[in-house]
Design a binder for this molecule. Structure first.
Ligand code: C2G
Length: 131
């Protein structure tokens, strides 16, 4: 049976930290499925609309060679449903979420990966704004 890995994120202003986490997630199994968070979810949770729309972010993440499938993550609370729907064996999250999804350990393995230091969408936006 192929081992399916699932991960989630906004992936706005796609950068090398995003690429690295997806590469490391893909290496944990045979198939990588990515939930790209909806524009409405970002607005609700972070109080800001992403620079790139969910359609654009889905297209970018879905075009990567390490990614097999993308879908829109409508709500943070639906992770259990998404895991079951996609038959995921492993949930990968960045360690900024460490401990947050441990209760899903009854349906799949839960792995938190270290974030790539010194890069973030917010820092890139601020850098460009200062140019
Ligand atoms: N990431 C990373 N290193 C960075 C920046 C981000 O490894 N320097 C990882 C994050 O840990 C995450 C992924 O890249 O695994 C996507 O990051 P974000 O777009 O910031 O995702 P976020 O908005 O935290 O996800 O269910 C989660 C939601 O979709 C929100």
């Amino acid at each position: 049976m192929p081992r399916t890995v699932i991960t989630f994120g906004t992936f706005d202003v796609f950068h090398v930290g995003h690429l690295r986490v997806l590469e490391r997630a893909a290496a944990l199994g045979d198939r990588l499925v990515v939930g790209v968070s909806a524009d409405a979810l970002n607005e609700r949770k972070k109080g800001r609309v992403p620079v790139f729309s969910e359609r654009e972010r889905l297209a970018i993440v879905g075009a990567l060679k390490v990614v097999d499938e993308v879908f829109v993550e409508e709500s943070l609370e639906q992770k259990r449903d998404y895991i079951l729907e996609h038959g995921a064996d492993v949930l990968v999250m960045g360690d900024d979420w460490a401990g947050r999804f441990d209760e899903l350990g009854d349906v799949c393995e839960v792995v938190y990966l270290e974030r790539t230091p010194a890069i973030s969408t917010t820092a890139i936006i601020e850098h460009i704004a200062d140019l």
